[in-house]
Design a protein around this ligand. Structure first.
Ligand code: 1HN
Length: 348
């Protein structure tokens, strides 16, 4: 690509006139916004190790009562996007949320879509539009845009989960807002929507509209995903073992913005993921290993170690290799990426 004119090439008076008229010449910035062949990626390769976050999160439990927090969260901010912008990737917000026994996080709803991935603890549930959803390790609980949600904790230890929202995207669309509500009346039995869809390929008929854009299933239990991946492993001796979380009515991603998946690494396995345009987030549900990222300046020379409960991210347009450190046990990771958006935009 040949070199284009610089801002300094233009007379100062002309530049001042442009600025006063709210105009900017394109050509000095053309290469910055359209770099040759590979995009600029602010997302840095990173592991938020749970071992380092957990004590700080528990400290937040001592320092800040629920009334002063509404949601007691430490945001996993990617420094490449500026910590204050609270972004893991361009479209994905991540936070680790703590609720102590007996606490309730009050009812509200908002325009960003959210998924909780349960990290630690037992005895909590989230009520989504009147349906209480049990929260167990590795489960996905959906609170799609506009749905009321509140969290309760009836267990004895702390409960922690990973919040995954499309907040950075919705915020930049100037469409992020929330409203508060009274605590919800229970309107259905616990995990009703999971019961409705608990058999793959079989969907309920009573009162259902086929093809609603939101997934009607609100809880995706880890136990089901894990069993599915293990079943797949018994059929496929090699190759990437991965699944997508979809709307059981129509097979589309859970949200138009963020796609969720899970993958299993066989004991001792090292696998390179298919090339991808979208940045990706991993949460390690079980096992330990390493993530090696090639193709971005933020990736160090050494792979990043991870263990169970860690959360990692990597920019798009990179080669990602995952290694399971155990020779005897499988490792499981849940992923979140921006593939639905990339597909919609025709850039995937
Ligand atoms: C939110 O509603 C929750 O409901 C957690 O638990 C984190 C971060 C930004 C905006 C809304 C929740 C959030 C959030």
């Amino acid at each position: 690509m040949h070199e284009l004119g610089k801002l300094e090439d233009l007379p100062q008076g002309y530049r001042d006139d442009l600025t006063a008229t709210n105009l900017v010449p394109l050509w000095p910035s053309m290469r910055a916004v359209l770099p040759p062949r590979i995009p600029t990626r602010h997302t840095q390769v990173l592991n938020w190790s749970y071992e380092s976050v957990r004590p700080l999160l528990l400290q937040a439990g001592e320092l800040t009562p629920m009334e002063k927090a509404e949601r007691r969260v430490l945001v996993l901010a990617n420094p490449g996007h500026g910590l204050e912008n609270m972004q893991a990737t361009p479209s994905i917000y991540l936070g680790l949320q703590l609720i102590l026994p007996g606490e309730t996080a009050p009812n509200h709803r908002h325009t960003p879509n959210a998924v909780r991935v349960i990290v630690e603890g037992e005895g909590a549930f989230t009520t989504v539009d009147g349906e209480p959803c049990r929260m167990e390790r590795g489960d996905l609980i959906l609170t799609p845009a506009g749905k009321w949600h509140e969290h309760h904790h009836e267990g004895t230890g702390p409960i922690v989960w990973l919040d995954v929202l499309d907040l950075p995207l919705v915020y930049r669309l100037e469409s992020s807002w929330a409203m508060e509500g009274q605590l919800q009346q229970k309107r259905s039995e616990r995990d009703k929507s999971f019961a409705d869809y608990s058999a793959a390929g079989v969907v309920p008929n009573m009162g259902f509209q086929r093809g609603d854009s939101n997934s009607p299933m609100l809880r995706y239990p880890w136990a089901k995903t894990r069993t599915c991946l293990l079943e797949m492993a018994s059929e496929y001796p090699e190759g990437l073992l991965s699944i997508s979380y979809v709307n059981p009515e129509n097979g589309t991603p859970l949200f138009p913005s963020i796609g969720f998946g899970a993958l299993m690494l066989r004991p001792g396995e090292t696998i390179t993921l298919p090339k991808r345009t979208t940045p990706v987030v991993f949460h390690v549900v079980e096992g330990a290993g390493q993530m090696n990222v090639v193709g971005h300046a933020s990736a160090g020379a050494e792979p990043l170690d991870f263990i169970n409960k860690d959360t990692l991210c990597a920019p798009g347009y990179t080669d990602i290799t995952l290694t399971n450190r155990s020779a005897t046990e499988p490792a499981f990771l849940i992923s979140a990426d921006e593939s639905p958006l990339h597909q919609y935009l025709g850039i995937f």
